[in-house]
Design a protein around this ligand. Structure first.
Ligand SMILES: [Zn+2]
Length: 414
């Protein structure tokens, strides 16, 4: 042991008693970088097989360990000589081991831990690799090594599930299923075909599948079929926000088509074009008493007056009917008024073409729609998750590898 041993160990935060640093440290150029190299010996005080101290030294195995460093442009390398010993009592050969590093590996375990913690952040693999002086492949390998923690339990499923899809690798849509209460990802499937969904949930035990009570989803045509096939006791719940979104879109499409028939300089055109946000606002939240000067149409009007005048542009009343369908639906939804919803869906009023389709879709998925209004579950949590996934993809410059994307989503979650 040398005088600097304790100091170097303190600096590098190495705690293993069996590692002894020597005074022999120097700089060396490795791949264009000036690296600090420390020499150390890992001793084997006793035989690991029988515990005997009567051992004979039998050379060293030298490994160059990449260690963590605060300054990424100056890598720290520990040249560790691992003692090999031959036991005089049991005759077994052995090599010294340490927590610092795994056998036959040249990246310290502490570096790996730091890489994992960096992977949970929103960073690209290249930047992580650069900071820890390892290759991108190593980062990927570390990521792969912690993926076994994500294995799922085939005997239990949460009571409330949420289905959705997101655009990921190669602009393809992926299926995602999460726990509706704890908001943890349960599964991401590379495609969103019914076959793959059935195949995945088919792996669960029947008891687990029977325990699912609700599945929240968008109005995707085949998800309800998949749910019926997989979860015998589950109720299909159509996501509330998705329904509102569909209604708003239907109204907007009609508004735009009415607008297109008008002269671009006319007051009516401006009423429909410039104030589109007001139509999507709830009617009872519109300003009704204080008129304000509206620079677009050079007139003083309240918000309510703008909306009413705008809706009257269409002489047939179709625009107004469509508007009312949208407004009444969201109001009924707020009050959980099932009867009112029924009246809107089965109403005979003439509405815009897209609104008609939307209401028809609601009619077809009537139970799911009613459940969506009755029960408190929604896909709101999924939206947050989708944003997170987009963020991961953006920093990873569009994850090219689906598996890596998956693992990082899982890692970032835990
Ligand atoms: Zn022995």
């Amino acid at each position: 042991m040398t005088s600097n041993n304790n100091f170097i160990k303190f600096m590098l935060d190495v705690k293993d008693k069996n590692i002894l640093f020597s005074d022999d440290y120097f700089y060396k150029f490795i791949k264009g970088k000036k690296a600090k190299v420390f020499n150390a010996e890992l001793i084997q005080p006793a035989c690991p097989h029988c515990g005997s101290v009567d051992i004979k030294h039998n050379g060293h195995y030298i490994s160059n360990i990449r260690y963590i460093t605060a300054n990424a442009s100056q890598p720290v390398i520990i040249r560790l000589s691992k003692q090999r010993v031959l036991c005089n009592d049991c005759g077994e050969r052995s090599m010294a081991k340490s927590d610092l590093i795994n056998k036959y590996c040249c990246i310290s375990n502490i570096s790996k831990r730091k890489i994992i913690s960096a992977l949970t952040e929103d960073r690209s693999m290249t930047s992580i690799a650069r900071e820890h002086n390892v290759s991108v492949n190593t980062v990927q390998r570390v990521l792969a090594s912690c993926s076994h923690n994500f294995h799922s339990d085939w005997d239990s499923l949460p009571k409330h599930l949420a289905f959705d899809e997101f655009r990921g690798v190669g602009r393809k849509l992926h299926f995602i299923c999460i726990d509706g209460e704890k908001h943890k990802v349960i599964k991401i499937i590379q495609n969103r075909f019914k076959k793959s969904i059935l195949k995945y949930f088919g792996k669960y035990s029947p008891q687990a599948r029977e325990s699912v009570e609700t599945v929240t989803m968008d109005l995707n045509c085949y998800y309800p079929d998949a749910v019926r096939a997989c979860f015998p006791n589950a109720k299909v719940v159509i996501d509330r926000f998705h329904m509102i979104q569909m209604l708003n879109r239907s109204f907007n499409s009609l508004r735009v088509s009415v607008m297109r028939q008008l002269d671009r300089t006319s007051r009516q055109y401006k009423l429909l074009k410039g104030y589109w946000k007001l139509y999507l606002m709830r009617y009872d939240k519109l300003e009704k008493t204080k008129p304000k000067y509206q620079w677009r149409i050079k007139d003083s009007l309240t918000q309510e007056q703008i909306v009413n005048e705008g809706l009257d542009v269409d002489d047939n009343g179709v625009l107004r009917n469509t508007y009312e369908a949208m407004q009444n639906f969201s109001q009924a939804m707020q009050k959980h008024d099932v009867q009112a919803i029924k009246e809107i869906i089965y109403s005979k009023n003439i509405v815009g073409k897209q609104m008609h389709t939307t209401l028809l879709t609601f009619k077809r998925n009537y139970r799911g729609v009613i459940n969506g209004i009755d029960l408190e579950y929604s896909n709101g949590c999924l939206e947050g998750l989708n944003r997170k996934i987009k963020q991961i993809e953006r920093t990873a410059f569009g994850c090219r590898n689906f598996v890596n994307l998956l693992k990082r989503i899982h890692l970032e979650e835990n």
